[in-house]
Design a protein around this ligand. Structure first.
Ligand code: LMR
Length: 400
């Protein structure tokens, strides 16, 4: 009965790892998926995560019962505090409905399904370009996806005029997906002044902000600085949605731990919103897994563990920033034609190199360098040892 099922293509991001794993070359480098690697090219489990896990293992009161549909209560409270700030009026006034979800993707999907059922405007505007999974998540959630201009390939920076024009032309009430920081794939973020202009425009048109916060602390090394865009929209008293992921900033990729928060106008509304989120979640996966959320809660509620986390987080962010400088210096020393300063200007895990699909294919075939076909490289996958090889590959691709 399944004889007519056609072979589906690999995922444009996760499929890069599949191809990389099949390549027997000893010089291969995986710069595809956004997953942190050490200088030695190894995945990293944070020391603070190991410590939290030890505490959990040694605690005999820990059982494996089902969590509530909304997840671990402590985790939800602490996650809201992390993104909105401990002194956020929205939290103090109990106006935030937070549910634990399956990392960033799950939070976006649950938020999208809630909006498709309960919000009057079904159109969501996503930046052009954006993370490849965004349009699929929201379309399957039942929303209609449109794009707004974001990136300007000529300046390799923000197309701010285009962004404002497209949001101005959006129907009143439309949902707008915003990357809280470290825009994926471009590494281009609005300045605080530009955020303020975006906020004013969106509030004046009643556009609903839906933040994807996958890199809090990873962009600058500072958790508060990376949450500023979100906090500006919460400070004005209006509604917003936020999807948080702990994949990158705690290195909990495979634990699938994240949170969806919906900031409402009153505590009463937030209670009703939460009751409806439960109706979205229950038939989808009943309730979320306990382990990852327990790790996060253990770290966030303990002053010493929290401090240790911020230090390890900053070290990861700093290594990425350092890799940007090393790659930029190496390309300059190599006498590369053109301006490559975007490598040090862009923010977060990725550099949007400007290399085209054909150049990427060449680099993969001839140099065994794996990256997404849009020219995005994960700086976290690079090390001092692999910079010369990548420099050779880019040089050959650009000058051939
Ligand atoms: C990425 O963009 O590489 C990450 O967010 C991982 C993913 O799931 O795509």
């Amino acid at each position: 009965v399944f004889a007519n099922v056609v072979q589906a293509p690999e995922d444009p991001i996760l499929g890069v790892t599949v191809a990389y794993n099949k390549d027997p070359s000893p010089v291969k480098v995986n710069l595809g998926v956004g997953a942190y690697r050490t200088e030695e090219g190894k995945p990293l489990v944070l020391n603070v995560v190991r410590r939290a896990e030890q505490l959990l293992v040694n605690d005999p009161s820990r059982v494996k019962e089902y969590l509530p549909i909304t997840g671990l209560a402590d985790f939800n409270k602490l996650s809201a505090k992390l993104i909105f700030g401990a002194d956020s009026p929205a939290i103090q006034e109990n106006r935030v409905a937070t549910v634990q979800c399956l990392s960033g993707t799950g939070s976006l999907r649950v938020g999208g399904e809630f909006l498709a059922r309960h919000y009057h405007e079904r159109t969501i505007y996503i930046p052009q370009p954006t993370w490849g999974n965004h349009p699929k998540v929201f379309t399957l959630a039942g929303l209609s996806v449109k794009t707004y201009r974001y990136y300007d390939p000529t300046t390799r920076g923000l197309n701010f005029e285009g962004l404002l024009a497209d949001l101005s032309a959006a129907p009143p009430g439309a949902i707008v997906l915003l990357h809280a920081c470290a825009h994926n794939p471009t590494g281009v973020d609005p300045t605080l002044d530009q955020w303020e202009q975006i906020r004013l425009l969106m509030r004046s048109k009643g556009l609903l902000p839906f933040f994807d916060s996958a890199y809090q602390g990873f962009a600058s090394g500072n958790l508060d600085a990376d949450a500023q865009s979100v906090r500006m929209f919460v400070a004005d008293g209006g509604e917003c949605l936020t999807a948080q992921s702990y994949a990158k900033n705690m290195g909990l990729y495979g634990e699938r731990v994240g949170a969806l928060s919906i900031v409402c106008k009153s505590a009463d509304v937030a209670t009703r919103v939460e009751s409806q989120l439960k109706l979205v979640i229950r038939p989808m996966y009943s309730n979320p897994p306990i382990h990852g959320a327990s790790i996060v809660a253990t770290i966030l509620k303990d002053r010493e563990l929290y401090h240790e986390w911020t230090i390890e987080l900053k070290a990861m962010a700093d290594r990425i920033i350092n890799m940007r400088q090393q790659l930029f210096d190496a390309l300059r020393a190599r006498g590369m034609p053109g301006d490559w300063s975007h490598i040090i200007k862009q923010i977060g895990m990725f550099t949007f190199t400007g290399l085209n699909t054909e150049q990427v294919t060449f680099m993969t075939k001839e140099y065994h360098i794996y990256m997404t076909s849009d020219g995005r490289i994960s700086m976290a996958g690079l090390s001092s040892k692999t910079v010369p090889h990548l420099t050779d590959a880019i040089h050959a691709a650009v000058t051939r």
